[in-house]
Write a protein that binds this ligand. Structure first.
Ligand code: GCB
Length: 595
């Protein structure tokens, strides 16, 4: 699914702004067909934004179920005869949309785009209405999974229920990314797939342009950053060569543009799309990760899409600040923990040379009852697997052309030691590889098990392991970290002969709390913890990366171990540095030495 683009053949109308919003408190809206008429009893709500933190009403923040969004929009008369689509960049987590009372699209799963052709439904030169119901309920069949716990006891009112989640971030919901209208020719470029490699000084660009509508002749050309044509062809698919290619490198981005044109039999150019891409190679050995045949060491922090008030809502100012902070701290990469981030974030990464591990929303795949298996028809089932494969398809369809994406992460911290974990993750990894044989695949694990008990890792290219020595285990004992890191990680490499990234390590830290000698939750403790981990990493030749948990403090569900959210950020939620940010900046600005 191509990103909405405005050019001489395509128009985009952004529907961002203040929409009408109504919480469906008794789940009656679908039966009462609220989409038929303008919504009543609404309140204003911005799009894009998560709605949860924007009112003073705790029942809206914690609402379980449907919420309704609606707005009117104008379709210009000049769009008559065009293919008019409505595109939602994401809705957390399930949505149905109606235009002028007619259902146009239903989508399962958050964080990924969906669209509908509404050419025959809209009224041209007049006002139209879009209504969207967004549902935030998570079940064992969704990603992330969750379940509704209903109480039947004296301590809870009749029918009392809560949404149980098994992940550590707030279940923000709503229309968190833009909704746009697009107008293109009915014959149009539907997709462009680009795989760009290099051989010596030559860039090898395999491309395929697909169209819908009447048959069209496709011509393509590749432009460099100065707009000079460096290759061209008159076929919809093929291989193009770029002589003296400039590679896309970490921290030194270089983007080419593949311009595709669709021409119909009259000779008219009916559609143009310009897709940026980078030429780079990615390769994994048993101890290293190569980008352009140069060893790459991942250094950075895992992130969240998270901010005060707007939750997970797209915010360009925040994204620019985050990239500037990552640059300032010396980070060269991050993982989109624990779901696909907005397309706009990947565009920034492409442009700045930030390296991305692109993660699916498969987080919290664990049984709620240790006596019961995770992988069974009651929990993570064949239905979950089918949906997981569908999500990988949508993710790869969306992100395949981004040079910043160097690896897919199929999930975070599932149960790994049940024998069926091997089958489940084996299938997800195989599907991911089938869809994209050019990028390595990883899975992030957190459980402390013996390597032989970790069934999914036989299938991945790179092992990602989260470790919290001196925090969740041996709290307060900083002196154990280096020893435990070396002693525990070495057998993983011996067993699997694959490189390893420490994909999370960190300490909750309240900005402004100080204690020396260090005490948990103080800034000094966070610094000392990270430094002790680093001593361990630097002794291990197969460790190919360190991603601190987390870039910034973020909102979570409430619980006794969370003081107004997770405080493991090296920046506060408002993006001010804790002492750890300065310490990381020092480490990451110096050449890395392995002992
Ligand atoms: C983890 C999870 C992450 C949590 C983190 C923590 O292992 O992957 O989502 O936020 O630990 O702080 O506990």
């Amino acid at each position: 699914m191509l990103y909405p683009q405005e050019n001489e053949t395509r128009e985009v109308k952004d529907l961002s702004g203040v929409w009408n919003f109504r919480v469906d408190r008794h789940s009656t809206g679908r039966d009462e067909e609220w989409f038929r008429q303008p919504l009543s009893d609404t309140m204003p709500m911005p799009v894009p934004a998560s709605y949860n933190d924007l009112t003073q009403d705790i029942t809206i923040r914690d609402h379980i179920g449907d919420v309704w969004y609606e707005r009117t929009f104008y379709v210009p008369s000049s769009w008559r005869g065009k293919r008019v689509s409505i595109r939602f960049s994401s809705a957390e987590h399930n949505a149905v949309a109606w235009v002028n009372g007619r259902e146009v699209v239903a989508h399962k799963g958050g964080h990924l785009p969906f669209a509908a052709d509404i050419s025959d439904i809209v009224t041209y030169g007049a006002e139209n209405r879009v209504t969207v119901v967004v549902n935030n309920i998570l079940t064992w069949d969704t990603l992330p999974p969750g379940f509704i716990r209903t109480y039947d006891d004296m301590n809870h009112p009749p029918g009392y229920r809560i949404q149980e989640i098994q992940f550590d971030f707030f279940n923000y919901s709503g229309l968190s990314r833009p909704v746009v209208l697009t107008a293109t020719s009915p014959t149009r470029i539907e997709d462009i797939a680009i795989r760009a490699n290099s051989e010596g000084c030559t860039g090898i660009v395999d491309y395929a342009v697909t169209t819908t509508g009447d048959s069209a002749r496709i011509t393509v050309r590749i432009l460099d950053e100065l707009g000079r044509e460096v290759a061209a062809a008159a076929e919809a698919s093929g291989t193009l060569k770029i002589e003296n290619v400039t590679l896309w490198k970490p921290g030194q981005a270089y983007l080419y543009t593949l311009e595709a044109k669709a021409t119909v039999s009259t000779g008219a150019v009916v559609d143009i799309y310009r897709e940026t891409f980078g030429v780079r190679t990615v390769r994994v050995t048993d101890t290293q990760f190569f980008i352009n045949d140069e060893p790459f060491y991942f250094q950075g922090c895992c992130k969240h899409e998270d901010m005060d008030l707007k939750g997970r809502g797209l915010d360009h100012a925040l994204n620019i600040k985050d990239f500037n902070l990552m640059n300032w701290i010396g980070a060269n990469s991050f993982r989109t923990s624990h779901y696909p981030y907005s397309e706009e974030i990947l565009q920034l990464a492409d442009r700045t040379g930030m390296v991305i591990i692109d993660e699916s929303p498969a987080v919290g795949m664990r049984s709620d009852n240790p006596a019961e298996p995770t992988y069974s028809e009651e929990r993570i089932s064949s239905r979950t697997l089918a949906h997981h494969k569908q999500v990988m398809r949508e993710l790869i369809t969306r992100d395949k052309n981004h040079p910043c994406v160097v690896m897919w992460s199929v999930g975070n911290e599932p149960i790994v030691n049940e024998p069926k974990a091997g089958d489940y993750w084996g299938e997800v990894v195989a599907e991911t590889r089938r869809l994209d044989p050019t990028r390595p695949v990883t899975l992030v694990i957190g459980d402390v098990v013996k390597p032989a008990e970790c069934h999914p890792f036989q299938h991945v290219d790179v092992m990602c392991i989260n470790r919290y020595h001196s925090w969740y285990s041996d709290p307060g004992h900083l002196e154990l970290i280096e020893l435990q890191t070396v002693a525990e990680l070495t057998p993983w490499h011996e067993h699997f002969q694959k490189p390893l990234i420490i994909s999370e390590y960190g300490a909750d830290t309240i900005a402004g709390f100080h204690a020396d000698p260090p005490v948990m939750f103080s800034e000094e403790y966070q610094v000392a913890m990270l430094e002790n981990f680093h001593k361990g990493f630097d002794r291990l030749h197969f460790v190919i990366g360190e991603h601190v948990w987390n870039f910034a403090d973020f909102a979570t569900k409430q619980g006794v171990s969370r003081v107004i959210g997770n405080k493991k950020g090296v920046f506060t939620r408002q993006r001010q540095p804790k002492a750890a940010a300065h310490a990381l900046r020092k480490r990451w600005s110096e050449p890395r030495k392995k002992i």
